[in-house]
Design a protein around this ligand. Structure first.
Ligand SMILES: CC(C)(COP(=O)(O)OP(=O)(O)OC[C@H]1O[C@@H](n2cnc3c(N)ncnc32)[C@H](O)[C@@H]1OP(=O)(O)O)[C@@H](O)C(=O)NCCC(=O)NCCS
Ligand SMILES: [Zn+2]
Length: 192
């Protein structure tokens, strides 16, 4: 494994993807087939989004985020067709270097920490700490990972230090001093 090189080129958008004017896409972004990107979406440099997903208004993806195929984002916690929530979307923020597994579902408002890993098919209803691995329905922290994802440690408690043989980074960078063995509750939701 080696780090992907950044070319600085504009986003690559595959045929059948729809990107509305106004969406902010960094360089080296990839948008897969049958993906919809809303006018207010923000997608950081180097982020890769596979096919069959929607990046709605209120969704902010950091740099080098991986979004697996058919992952589902939301932007209204309690939707009703006859009432409009615009422009008060429930936000989803995904930190730099995080991975969202295939068919994972993120129930807004929610924040995925830097470098966190959301397993395939997880339903995320609470904030995910940096470098945590979460799986299941509802998603729970089951372990911790490093920047490259190759070192994965399955333990509820965040290890103090653990060097990764592949990337050399500590398996759990960032958020030092914070202890959150399970996903934390989102900030109080604005009731609409
Ligand atoms: C989370 C993930 C990285 C774990 O992989 P891993 O570190 O190799 O771990 P394992 O496969 O050994 O699984 C460890 C345990 O977690 C469980 N598990 C793994 N992934 C899971 C998931 N997505 N949901 C629920 N449980 C999961 C396994 O069943 C296993 O449980 P067990 O010990 O009781 O048997 C991986 O399973 C995953 O979800 N990857 C995402 C793949 C994806 O979406 N790719 C998209 C691009 S193609
Ligand atoms: Zn690593």
């Amino acid at each position: 494994m080696k780090p992907r090189t950044r070319t600085g080129r504009p986003a690559k958008i595959y045929p059948t993807a729809v990107v509305l004017p106004g969406a902010r896409l960094g360089s080296d972004v990839m948008i897969g087939a049958f993906t919809f990107v809303d006018a207010g979406a923000i997608i950081g440099r180097g982020t890769r989004i596979q096919g069959h997903t929607g990046i709605w208004n209120g969704v902010v993806l950091g740099e080098d985020v991986f979004v697996g195929p058919a992952a589902t984002f939301t932007n209204v916690h309690v939707p009703r067709a006859r009432w409009s929530h615009a422009p008060n979307w429930d936000a989803t923020r995904v930190g730099d270097g995080a991975t969202i597994g295939a068919r994972a579902l993120l129930v807004a408002p929610v924040t995925i920490g830097e470098g966190a890993f959301v397993g395939a098919g997880a339903v995320v209803t609470r904030n995910v700490p940096a470098y945590a691995i979460v799986v299941g329905v509802p998603a729970k922290v089951v372990g911790w990972t490093c920047a490259c994802g190759q070192t994965r440690l399955y333990a509820l408690r965040r290890p103090k230090a653990l060097a990764c043989a592949t990337c050399g980074e500590p398996a759990v960078r960032g958020s030092r001093g914070r202890r959150s063995p399970s996903p934390s509750r989102s900030s109080p939701r604005a009731r609409k």
